[in-house]
Design a protein around this ligand. Structure first.
Ligand code: PRP
Length: 195
């Protein structure tokens, strides 16, 4: 797909596919080693960004697996996210279950620290965390990540689920658009404005 703005490919379709398969195998091996062939996990994923990664990853996890979704919105400045609101809650119980949270990117960690507190209050057996991208350099709330695809820097990313103003999630690769400027504390593609 041709993008109407300059960009740099950060992770190609093949690089992503290879890493996702590795993660799926590692996750499968971990649970099987610990719990045997009947190992089970409930994957909890945050809409919307993680759905592309999740769809690929889960096909490489060979376990008794179910999937549930949450949608959340945060408010307040990006670096404080003073509050997180649950727009859509899980549809099932996670009581006494092995839960794995699947995210596309962990940035400040503020969203996930809220979600972790919330999910822990439902008494799951345990919670593991898997993220495709880990922007550790931006972390404010410490998060222990069990599985990470790639560690990344401060660039802005789009593609493979990640959006710019809700667009470009459908790219098969992850890239960094050039010509991004700050306007009122928000990133704006200087050449194109609102897509
Ligand atoms: C992204 C990502 C995480 C959150 C991480 O979601 O999917 O949920 O931000 O940021 P944090 O670590 O700084 O809290 P986003 O708000 O972009 O929504 P989306 O998933 O719908 O794209």
């Amino acid at each position: 797909m041709n993008l109407p703005f300059a960009h740099r490919v950060i992770f190609s379709e093949d690089e992503i596919a290879d890493r996702v398969q590795e993660l799926g195998r590692e996750i499968t091996a971990f649970y099987k080693e610990r719990q045997g062939p009947a190992a089970s996990v409930v994957i909890v994923s945050m809409l919307k960004g993680a759905f592309v990664f999740l769809a690929d990853l889960m096909r490489y996890i060979e376990l008794d697996l179910s999937v549930d979704f949450m949608a959340i919105s945060s408010y307040g400045a990006t670096d404080t996210k003073s509050g997180v609101r649950i727009e859509k809650d899980l549809s099932g119980s996670i009581y006494n279950q092995n839960v794995m949270i699947v995210e596309d990117i962990i940035d400040t960690g503020l969203t996930l620290s809220y979600i972790l507190r919330n999910l822990k209050s439902r008494a799951p057996a345990e919670i593991k965390i898997c993220t495709l991208l880990d922007r550790a350099v931006a972390r404010i709330a410490p998060i222990e990540i069990d599985y990470r695809g790639f560690e990344v820097g401060r660039e802005f990313f789009i593609g493979y689920g990640l959006d710019y103003r809700q667009k470009w999630r459908n790219l098969k690769y992850i890239c960094s658009p050039e010509g991004l400027e700050e306007e009122n504390g928000e990133s704006v593609l200087a050449l194109f404005g609102d897509p």
